[in-house]
Design a protein around this ligand. Structure first.
Ligand SMILES: [Zn+2]
Length: 321
């Protein structure tokens, strides 16, 4: 298999966001928030990957306190939890004060579990750090005072896009489409890691230890193992988040952007580095796969995002272009 970097092997820290996946995400029969996390824990063990940080927003615990068992299972199996706010609102939608209050609410809910991790990490929801330096500064000051360090994302693959089509294809028992979605998901993970690594080499002149994100979704339950195997065969060495966080690329702060982009993409925007992205037609094919009336992908994602915003009392906006 083609290696991720022509410069040799690359280090990568796996992180899992939203262990209790967002409210309004439909789960196919047979999948639960618990089954997804349990399966991911098993898969990580099969690949000898320990001490993975999960970033779980905590609002699902308000409606179903029993879901705490799932977070405890994650920690009991040797993984760690970080703070990812309570409502999962974007910093673009709410004031700095509202966002910091929401971080405190998450701390109230799972502070005892976060305490068990070697480091106190925070992750901005959607890795979006707001539309003004002043607002981000307000949050950064709050994090520092409360002993948190921002653990940003330097490789992701838009994995949430598969949620709705995978649900529709699975519920329709359309196995050909399920297979197409699984393969395109795996290929997207490889493509996007190469794309992020190529950009990092342009920006920093070297590969950095990448902080990679996957969400706890049904397709992740089925495909995390295949992705980890493909990464290994492509020269990836799995490392800890603590190790990756020592790199100045992760401690520095690229210029803010109101767009839905991650930390590395903000560096790329700042330095006008073009990043390769999958063809738009392919993304559209995935979003439109296995159609079911009333379950179209973008409107469904919009409902999920609005729910987070409304819970946080924010002013919703999203740029789908
Ligand atoms: Zn998240």
């Amino acid at each position: 298999m083609n290696s991720i970097s022509p410069a040799g092997s690359v280090d990568l820290a796996v992180t899992v966001d939203d262990l209790l996946i967002w409210d309004g995400v439909p789960l196919p029969t047979g999948y639960t928030r618990g089954s997804i996390v349990e399966s991911m824990v098993k898969t990580l063990a099969e690949h000898q990957i320990r001490g993975v940080y999960g970033f779980a927003h905590t609002s699902p615990l308000e409606d179903d306190p029993g879901l705490r068992d799932t977070l405890e299972h994650w920690v009991d199996q040797g993984h760690h939890l970080g703070n990812h706010t309570h409502c999962h609102a974007s910093l673009n939608w709410v004031s700095g004060k509202c966002y910091c209050d929401d971080i405190r609410r998450a701390e109230d809910a799972i502070g005892d579990l976060i305490e068990r991790a070697p480091e106190r990490y925070f992750r901005y929801t959607m890795d979006m750090s707001g539309e003004s330096e002043a607002k981000r500064g307000e949050v950064e000051d709050f994090l520092r005072v409360n002993g948190y360090v921002n653990a940003p994302i330097t490789a992701w693959f838009g994995d949430f896009a598969w949620i709705a089509p995978y649900y529709r294809a699975t519920m329709n028992k359309d196995m050909a489409t399920v297979e197409m979605l699984r393969q395109s998901y795996l290929q997207a993970a490889l493509f996007q890691l190469r794309s992020h690594a190529a950009a990092a080499r342009q920006i920093f002149g070297r590969d950095i230890p990448y902080i990679w994100l996957i969400h706890a979704t049904p397709i992740a339950q089925d495909m995390l193992g295949a992705i980890l195997a493909a990464f290994s065969q492509s020269g990836v060495r799995f490392t800890s988040l603590e190790h990756a966080m020592k790199d100045p690329a992760h401690l520095g702060m690229p210029r803010i952007s109101p767009k839905f982009v991650n930390h590395l993409q903000r560096y790329a925007l700042m330095q006008q580095v073009e990043m390769a992205s999958p063809p738009q037609e392919l993304i559209q094919t995935i979003l439109d796969a296995a159609p079911v009336p009333g379950m179209e992908s973008i409107p469904l994602y919009e409902r999920v995002l609005r729910k987070m915003n409304d819970r946080a009392g924010g002013t919703y906006s999203w740029d789908w272009s």
